[in-house]
Design a protein around this ligand. Sequence first.
Ligand code: HEM
Length: 189
Amino acid sequence: MRSAAGKSGRCRQVISSILIHDDAVITNSQPQQLRRTFGNFHGDDVAALPYVAAIVHEALRLCPPSPALGRTATSDVAVDGYRVPAGSLLIYGTAAVQRDPALWDRPDEFDPDRFMGAAAKTHDRWQYAPFGAGPRTCIGDHFAMLEATLALATVLRRIEITSVDDDFPVEFPFTLVAAEPIRAMVHRR
Ligand code: HEM
């Protein structure tokens, strides 16, 4: 499987625009602006970083670390007209569903705007499930989003990253990982 995590031109545009998007929100608050300039981000800064969070969501859509979920049917059940006897192993293909052209416009294109504002509320609960769903959903989802958003914002306020290649291959020996090094240019801001 090859991931099309965005054409390079699109990636460049997206990555360099991150701080422009969220700066407008951050600079509305003097304490947050000072922290942004001189100190570390804190948990309560995440609300002021919606575009960075959208980037993390979109990355998890194109490259879900867990590309499939498994469930065992505990009773006979019908799924979309198919009989599933108790004891059957059911696989939910997260990576396939999250790129299904029937569910997503331009499914292979990296576009964080899918997770901004009203657009984010149009997704069905089972259309986007990088953290799983149901009674055994990931208990660390909010913590993971908080940590990833603040880590990405912390890196990007000091350096600018631009992709070199249009695409990069992924593989899933168990979790989904890059199959080769992902080449990028890194510049101090
Ligand atoms: C980007 C980061 C993460 C991703 C993509 C992720 C994804 C997942 C997925 C797909 C599942 C299976 C859910 C299901 O079957 O419906 C899961 C389960 C779980 N995750 Fe995460 N996870 C992440 C981070 C974390 C963190 C930070 C913690 C703990 C602090 C955590 C703790 C757990 C636990 C305990 C379960 C098992 C829940 C259960 O079986 O009841 N995860 N995670």
